[in-house]
Design a protein around this ligand. Sequence first.
Ligand SMILES: C[S@@+](CC[C@H](N)C(=O)[O-])C[C@H]1O[C@@H](n2cnc3c(N)ncnc32)[C@H](O)[C@@H]1O
Length: 232
Amino acid sequence: MNLTLGKYLRFKRKLLAYNQSNKRHLYPILEQRALVETAIYCEEYLQNAQYLTKRNDIFDYAASLLSNTIQISYVVEFGVWKGESINYLAKRISNSQIYGFDTFYGLPENWAGTHTPKGYFSVNGVQPKVEDNVHLTTGLFDEVTEKTLRRSKIPYLSLIHIDCDLYSSTKQALESVGQYIYKDVLIIFDEFFGYPNWKNGEFKAFTEFSKNNSLNFEFLAFSTRQVLIKIL
Ligand SMILES: C[S@@+](CC[C@H](N)C(=O)[O-])C[C@H]1O[C@@H](n2cnc3c(N)ncnc32)[C@H](O)[C@@H]1O
């Protein structure tokens, strides 16, 4: 490369300015710190859990556990958005019926600690196209879930996928399926940890819920933000 001294000096000045301006941003530091805290948290449980590198690996692992049984797998998903994860699960888990819940108007409040504002993920109330074994209900979790599961005569749940980001929504989600959370039920959280303020999000809602209901559980797998939990 033919780099003149002038060009080199201009490049160095730009690089310096870029580094200086980035130093003024807190977010990279908060993210780094969140990752370190997450790693420390995970380390304690790694003896019995797998570390998987991608979100779909977590889905595949759960699917492999469920597909070993001859029973129908009843699955619920809280937070459907454009249907990517629900359709993935519907294809991967054989013999499954999957119930998805969403307002389809995005997050009901700002996601504290991140850049994501209220209304983010809105698809203007329009449900996505889904696989034949997926059944969608529009509405807030605490208003529609119990009614839908009762009306559909769901006898038990095999897997609960929680992907609604907020503490308040996760709390609603867990409480709305509380009666179905017992031994052997699998729960996947999509944003359990690994980002700034994670201790006040899905993590906090599950910690409180498991304490209040005296639930024992184990981590089967971790990824950067996701966890697969089994109720004991
Ligand atoms: C991250 S998106 C879901 C992404 C989806 N699981 C995927 O991977 O393709 C989160 C969704 O949760 C929904 N949501 C959040 N809180 C909710 C609540 N309390 N009741 C209903 N829907 C909610 C939002 O509308 C949004 O579509």
